[in-house]
Design a binder for this molecule. Structure first.
Ligand code: GLY
Length: 363
């Protein structure tokens, strides 16, 4: 078991990660005095498979609980779904001290965190991630949000969880595709901050993808540590430090949106976005061909997509210009100078973006 402190003054919290750590759930909740009633937001598959572990820890601790099951889809991150959950939560909350447990992947974490931030102007919530992507990335950091038709996470808040418990044995039932999606964010952490970890992944990608206990434990902890170090310096993305976490996300989000969240999952879209951002870095002569190919190869070796297929490139471009990372008409890209070293560039000419996407500049 590893515990990483996310140090954010009064909003500091522990991220506990390992095999068998879920048994500490009730003890940690009591230690933090989070409340007497747990409102657990989850998907039915997760509840059926792993709900018993939460129940076992909560039972006998004096904490009562209810499960709120939502549909397993990005569509659950809509304002309509949020409204329905808030009404249900308010009915559950009568005369109780309620807190939320986000029990699932990135969709559940973003949605639950946003609900926690808004209900009664903020109630505590904790993250119990059940996907690799959520363990290494979305459960940490406090960005919460829901989507509008015009784009992902357009309504949201910075609202930190009080605790994160990543039970790595929950990852065993993930599909290969879901594991690969998490691996895309792992590659992101290596590319933006850790050349040694990148080398490790080149040599050990099969072990991590095969959920080898030791490799998985090492990598999840490393990513959480990197993320914690970044957000400790720039919790609300005001200093341009946290921005580097968006490597691959500018075009990645556009690809995800253009595909209706179906064609490519978040990790697959980010893998494509990382390739495109690396290609722009190469075009601007920030990196050489070798560095570019190392990134493409690692993405390819892990079974993630390296080429956009079946999506209108013009649709991606349109979605990109609606992304909130575009301030006015000014675009902002996280690019790289080397593996482990980033640089933020604004106003990348449209011609270069089109060229990177393979759209003729006349269109
Ligand atoms: N919740 C994800 C983040 O803060 O980055």
């Amino acid at each position: 078991m590893k515990t990483i402190q996310v140090k954010l003054a009064k909003r500091s919290y522990k991220a506990i990660c390992g095999f068998g750590v879920i048994k500490n759930l009730a003890r940690e909740i009591k230690r933090l005095n989070l409340g007497s009633s747990a409102y657990i937001i989850t998907f039915s598959k997760i509840k059926n498979r792993y709900g018993k572990h939460l129940v076992k820890s909560l039972k006998g601790s004096g904490i009562n609980y209810t499960f709120k099951v939502v549909a397993d889809s990005e569509r659950s991150k809509s304002l309509q779904s949020c409204f329905r959950i808030l009404q249900h939560l308010a009915r559950f909350d009568k005369n109780k001290k309620v807190f939320i447990i986000a029990f699932g992947g990135g969709v559940i974490g973003d949605l639950s965190g946003f609900i926690a931030s808004a209900y009664k102007r903020g109630i505590p919530y904790i993250q119990v991630p059940t996907t690799l992507l959520a363990c290494v990335d979305s459960s940490i950091g406090g960005k919460t949000g829901v989507d509008l038709n015009l784009g992902k996470n357009l309504v949201g808040a910075f609202y930190q969880p009080r605790l994160v418990i990543s039970e790595l044995s929950f990852l065993n039932s993930l599909s290969r595709r879901q594991v690969r999606a998490g691996f895309a964010e792992i590659i992101k952490y290596a590319v933006i901050k850790d050349k040694l970890m990148f080398k490790y992944l080149e040599a050990n990608h099969a072990k991590v993808l095969g959920l080898d206990k030791q490799a998985l434990g090492y990598i999840v902890n490393r990513c959480v540590r990197i993320k914690a170090e970044i957000i400790q310096q720039d919790e609300r993305e005001e200093k341009g430090i946290r921005t580097i976490l968006n490597f691959g996300h500018t075009l990645g989000h556009a690809i995800e949106t253009a595909g209706g969240y179906q064609k490519y999952n978040h990790g697959e879209a980010i893998a494509l976005g990382m390739i495109l951002a690396s290609r722009i870095s190469k075009k601007l002569k920030l990196i050489n061909q070798d560095t570019y190919l190392r990134i493409v190869n690692l993405i390819k070796l892990s079974g993630l997509p390296v080429q956009i297929k079946g999506l209108s490139l013009k649709k991606i471009l349109a979605a990109q210009y609606r992304d909130k990372k575009f301030i006015g008409s000014v675009n902002r890209f996280v690019l790289i100078k080397d593996i482990g070293r980033t640089i933020i560039k604004r106003n990348i000419p449209l011609g270069i973006i089109k060229d990177t996407l393979g759209i003729p500049s006349s269109l």
